[in-house]
Ligand binder design. Structure first.
Ligand code: 13P
Ligand code: SF4
Length: 350
């Protein structure tokens, strides 16, 4: 990366001192992640958001829904800043508040809403999190989805899982022992969700029809191909991958879990990783004693995570150092209240 930009980012960061707290998700570029005070998966970053109450500015190097969650979990005096406002998430955009309300009305009309507990993936808008809090549900991330579902099934008989069908299905089937037939997929683009009354009544898991465009690119053929190419390889994938891919893998885990597994891996072992490419490249560089390859043959970055680049970070930090506060992410107080209920429920999961 441009040495001049690196020096400018470092100078602005030094000038801001303790007034600034920089959080970075593992999928961020190397040129950005080097300036993060804390790096993590979405769960760790949600936990850490409130770790520096004295910091006036929290610069979130990640995507919009993460910055919203940080705003919800921190004090009103703290400002959360997203270096590029176009850093969204296509999965989060797959569930709008209107669509989810329509789905809930259908469940109410059927007389089953009382026994359905909403569980929403962190990768959702603040509106969806607020819906979840209003209806007694919880947020989850890929590192606590099992505990979130166990909690929800203790509380109710059915789960409405938003918006990632793959994380919902993989967790229900792999970790809780439900069958694929226990899961149905609600299509928000169909007036009836594409499901009959009977299907909705009898399902254990009502999965929203959303997915991650990055993890959705891994196929079972990628797993077969890498096993042929790299004998003895361990295949490790993120639970946002399709069920057929997860079924063929040796290990499944959130980004933080992937990092831990590789730290614990034997020197000389071979690993094919099915998650975002910035992280996989960084892991390969950090573990020269292991063979770490990307599960797909094509390039697979998250384009919105990648929007946060060094020029955007420099622009943000220099503005803050000069007393201007750009790109503030602020969730309105009513939405924030109910979204916090659902986020705090997640943080309190056993
Ligand atoms: P985790 O951070 O929970 O591993 O999720 C990955 C992801 O897709 C974030 O957008
Ligand atoms: Fe969204 Fe997938 Fe990118 Fe994560 S990796 S921010 S889920 S599109």
């Amino acid at each position: 990366s441009d040495p001049d930009l690196v020096a400018r980012a470092a100078a602005a960061k030094a000038k801001l001192g303790d007034r600034l707290f920089v959080l970075g998700h593992h999928y961020q570029r190397d040129e950005v992640i080097r300036f993060a005070d804390v790096t993590g998966d979405s769960f760790k970053l949600a936990q850490q958001a409130a770790a520096r109450p004295e910091a006036e500015y929290i610069v979130f190097c990640g995507v919009h829904f993460m910055a919203e969650s940080a705003d919800i979990l921190t004090s009103d005096a703290q400002r959360v800043i997203l270096p590029d406002l176009a850093a969204g998430c296509s999965m989060a955009d797959m569930a709008t508040a209107e669509q989810v309300e329509r789905c809930w009305e259908r469940l109410e009309d059927l007389g089953i809403a009382e026994r359905v507990v909403p569980v929403s993936y962190m990768n959702s808008s603040a509106d969806i999190k607020a819906f979840t809090g209003r209806h007694g549900g919880t947020i989850c991330t890929s590192s606590n989805a099992q505990r979130a579902l166990e909690w929800a099934f203790d509380k109710g008989e059915q789960v409405l899982f938003l918006p990632d069908q793959h994380l919902g299905r993989n967790t229900a089937v792999r970790d809780l022992g439900y069958s694929l037939e226990d899961c149905v997929v609600y299509n928000p683009h169909r007036p009836d969700g594409g499901l009959t009354d009977e299907e909705l009544r009898s399902a254990k898991m009502i999965l929203w029809r959303g997915h991650c465009s990055v993890h959705g690119r891994f196929t079972p053929e990628c797993v077969d191909e890498v096993r042929e190419r790299v004998p003895g390889v361990n295949v490790l994938v993120h639970p946002e991958c399709r069920h057929e891919v997860v079924e063929k893998a040796d290990y499944v885990g959130s980004t933080e879990r992937i990092i831990t597994l590789l730290n614990e891996a034997e020197p000389g072992s071979a690993w094919a990783i099915g998650t975002e490419l910035n992280l996989v490249k960084r892991l390969a560089a950090q573990h020269p004693d292991k063979q770490i390859v990307f599960l797909d043959k094509s390039v697979c970055y998250c384009s919105t995570m990648n929007r946060i680049d060094l020029p955007h970070l420099v622009w943000t930090l220099e503005a803050l150092a000069e007393g201007r506060v750009p790109n503030v992410i602020e969730v309105d107080s009513d939405t924030a209240h109910y979204a916090r209920v659902a986020l705090e429920q997640m943080l309190a999961l056993p």
